[in-house]
Design a protein. Structure first.
Length: 145
């Protein structure tokens, strides 16, 4: 299949159109993979909790390759920021002590201004800011809206 054909089929899937070239293992019933479905805040909170857990694991693992470890930390912070950015205002309003806008801003830095990343600042975020965020996410997940 040509590059254009692959691109066109991805666009059709993203827009919810039919496509004959869905690969093996594709699970359209999985909301994470279904085009056009908006994920619920509950799913986003789960994503944030999972990213925090992964960040903590990588931050503690001093045996792994330093570059790989750093990339894993930054990627999971990016996921965390993207999930926070997509949370509904009602959900965020339930925990006003969390700096939601700054967390989303970190995602922008990681994705678009990566050359400005300061390793010491990232370490500080992991050491000092993940705890309060994790507590807030746990509380939000335990109480339905």
């Amino acid at each position: 299949m040509s590059t254009r054909g692959r691109r066109d089929s991805r666009l059709r899937r993203r827009r919810g159109g039919a496509s004959n070239d869905e690969g093996a293992g594709s699970r359209p019933s999985d909301p994470r993979r279904s085009p056009g479905l908006k994920r619920a805040d509950r799913d986003r909170l789960d994503d944030i909790a999972e990213a925090i857990e992964t960040i903590r694991g990588h931050a503690a693992d001093r045996r792994s390759d330093e570059r790989l470890r750093r990339d894993a930390l930054l990627y999971n912070l990016l996921i965390l920021g993207e999930a926070v950015k997509a949370l509904g205002e009602e959900t965020k309003a339930r925990r006003p002590e969390i700096a939601w806008r700054q967390i989303a801003g970190l995602r922008v830095l990681l994705a678009h201004e990566y050359y400005r990343i300061d390793a010491a600042e990232i370490d500080g975020i992991i050491k000092h800011d993940l705890g309060p965020l994790e507590s807030a996410i746990t509380a939000l997940r335990s109480r339905p809206t």
